[in-house]
Design a protein around this ligand. Structure first.
Ligand code: DGL
Length: 259
């Protein structure tokens, strides 16, 4: 099996990391759209065309399943993709559903990119869950830039996140949703800054997406050859230089150490 992962940059590596822990008999292609990152500040039409280009590329490479490891790309483009290609396409959505279901009537803070928070898809999800009264939205677009610069532990990132979170009385909240795959790298920082809030949950959609991927692979059945090898591409060009490959190794190690 060959599984394609796609994100605007390094965010999707957090989903790849989670998938590779569970799926041992597949190989992976990872496409980061480094020419166009960040997506969250772009228009819907721009993001749709970037996603289409990436999907064409990965489908052309013969992937059996495509994972859109990006909440923003999923929210604007997943329907188009499913209408265009025949292979299974798995997307991501901010984990509002488990947040609402786990703690009925308790407040939820949904963090994501500017574009993902504006999208109809999220509004519809919140309406379907009848959760408009208990959900607040917080765009944290700058975290994408900090992540791409690997400034995970920088004082600037900490100051930014602290300032943004301080807009809310956090004691009112039971759950914070990390609704962008880039934000996963900052989970330790979220934990630290939310440390004083009793019993607050910080959740994301990565496990749910990987569970769906496993189920899809089971349904596809067939030949499960593969050895966990990852080939990386940047906007359609294979990554071969040792420095960039070392960057991916470093990111995976960071995620390993986050547990
Ligand atoms: N990683 C992305 C997401 O999950 C997009 C970040 C961006 O490029 O703005 O939404």
């Amino acid at each position: 099996m060959l599984i394609g992962f796609f994100d605007s940059g390094i965010g999707g590596v957090t989903v790849l990391h989670e998938a590779a822990k569970t799926i041992k008999n597949a190989d992976f292609l990872y496409y980061g759209d480094t020419e166009n990152v960040p997506y969250g500040t772009k228009t819907k039409e721009q993001v749709k065309s970037y996603v289409r280009r990436a999907a064409d590329f990965l489908v052309g490479k013969g992937v059996d399943v495509l994972v859109i490891a990006c909440n923003t790309a999923t929210s604007v483009a997943i329907e188009d993709l499913r209408n265009t290609y025949r292979l299974p396409i798995i997307g991501m959505e901010p984990a509002v559903k488990p947040a609402v279901e786990n703690h009925k009537d308790k407040r939820v803070l949904v963090t994501a990119t500017q574009l993902a928070l504006r999208e109809e898809k999220l509004k519809k999800l919140i309406a379907r869950l009848d959760a408009a009264d208990i959900v607040n939205l917080l765009p944290l677009q700058e975290l994408v830039r900090f992540a791409e610069a690997e400034a995970f532990d920088s004082p600037e990132a900490a100051r930014y996140l602290e300032t943004e979170l301080s807009r809310f009385d956090l004691s009112m909240f039971k759950t914070v949703v990390l609704g962008c795959t880039h934000f996963i790298y900052f989970r330790p920082l979220f934990k630290k800054l939310l440390g004083a809030v009793p019993d607050i949950d910080i959740i994301d959609g990565n496990r749910g997406t990987v569970n769906m991927l496993v189920k899809t692979l089971d349904q596809l059945g067939g030949d499960h050859q593969g050895a966990g090898h990852v080939t990386y591409y940047h906007s359609g060009v294979e990554v071969t230089d040792p420095q960039t490959l070392a960057r991916y190794k470093r990111l995976l190690e960071r995620l390993d150490n986050m547990g």
